[in-house]
Design a protein around this ligand. Structure first.
Ligand SMILES: [Cu+2]
Length: 124
């Protein structure tokens, strides 16, 4: 094997390694792009009551109840979770359509429960 050919192979090898590392970096970076939303729930409201997120990007909603057990559901996006007091309740989903979607409490929590609601806006 002459020197030029050996040098060329070394160069190709180095390029492959760099490409591999860069490719892995880019992929893990994309996976980490979560939209983390902090929400509190109490009789009879969520705060904030309006959330805006991006379509196609994973959403993590961390909900803390300030009083009792509540529910959290976004029927149009088939999302629901119990919201228990004493810790974070994690809701994960990736919105696949844009629009304005209502969320509400679906566990009866007292008179006023019917009005415990908010809006999720999904933008492009
Ligand atoms: Cu309720």
């Amino acid at each position: 094997m002459n020197m030029n050919r050996k040098r060329l192979l070394q160069l190709l090898g180095a390029t492959a390694v760099v490409t591999l590392i860069f490719g892995v970096r880019v992929r893990s970076g994309a996976a980490a792009a979560e939209q983390v939303i902090h929400l509190t729930a109490k009789k009879f409201e969520y705060s904030p009551s309006e959330i805006t997120v991006k379509k196609g990007q994973p959403v993590v909603i961390e909900i803390v109840s300030l009083d009792r057990k509540h529910g959290f559901t976004i029927p149009d996006l088939k999302v629901r979770s119990d919201v228990k007091p004493g810790g974070k309740n994690i809701v994960r989903f990736t919105p696949d359509k844009t629009g304005t979607f209502n969320f509400h409490c679906d566990l009866f929590c007292g008179s006023g429960h019917e009005g415990m609601a908010g809006t999720l806006v999904v933008v492009e």
